[in-house]
Ligand binder design. Structure first.
Ligand SMILES: [Zn+2]
Length: 203
């Protein structure tokens, strides 16, 4: 097997797990993979619940920042390496609708970071969710976050079931906004976010 370097720590990956031999090679070394711990949570937002998979801290946070802010597109597959089969089965029959980034951010990155992450999940993608006004994630205070709740429009098709997906959930304002836009366009809407950032711990 040719030598492969860990995308995070740059060490040559010498040991391979059974999973990585049988399925797709992991692009993280076993040490980094172990540190990227899946901690599944269910966050109740009243009208709906959000299933989350990582805490926004440590290695997960470093990787996501490198991917999103340093535009390191090669990292796209590391986040769902352990989760893509689960998501495909758990949400079988759902259309996948990713929360859009601002136009400015997409231009800067040159790729749609969330769609790229979720591309490996076997769900039919759905389009049509848009921001009314361009608000980027940085510097958003709680008041601006609340504005996000009315900042989406959906002009896509009606489908049976929609799975809304985001990367980081903090107050849930983005997801609440997106949920209220799409709920009348599907019989069922479920919501997931890669990570949960508990702001009571970060303020
Ligand atoms: Zn590593």
């Amino acid at each position: 097997m040719s030598s492969v370097k860990c995308l995070y720590c740059d060490k040559t990956i010498e040991s391979f797990t059974l999973r990585s031999l049988l399925l797709k090679k992991d692009e993280l070394c076993p040490d980094c993979r172990k540190k990227l711990k899946v901690t599944r949570k269910r966050i109740d937002l009243g009208e709906f619940q959000v299933e989350t998979f990582f805490d926004y801290e440590g290695l997960f946070r470093d990787l996501l920042l490198q991917y999103k802010e340093c535009h390191d597109e090669a990292l796209k597959d590391v986040f769902l390496y352990d989760l893509k089969e689960y998501l495909g089965l758990r949400y079988h029959g759902y259309h996948l609708l990713c929360i859009p980034s601002s136009f400015k951010k997409r231009e800067e990155r040159g790729f749609d970071h969330l769609k790229a992450i979720f591309r490996t999940v076997q769900l039919v993608p759905l389009e049509g969710l848009k921001m009314k006004r361009e608000i980027t994630q940085e510097g958003k205070d709680l008041v601006q976050r609340r504005l996000m709740e009315s900042n989406y429009i959906y002009n896509g098709p009606n489908v049976d079931k929609i799975l809304l997906a985001d990367d980081i959930m903090t107050t849930g304002s983005t997801l609440k906004g997106a949920f209220s836009c799409v709920k009348s366009h599907a019989r069922k809407v479920k919501v997931i976010s890669l990570a949960y950032k508990n702001i009571t711990l970060h303020l």
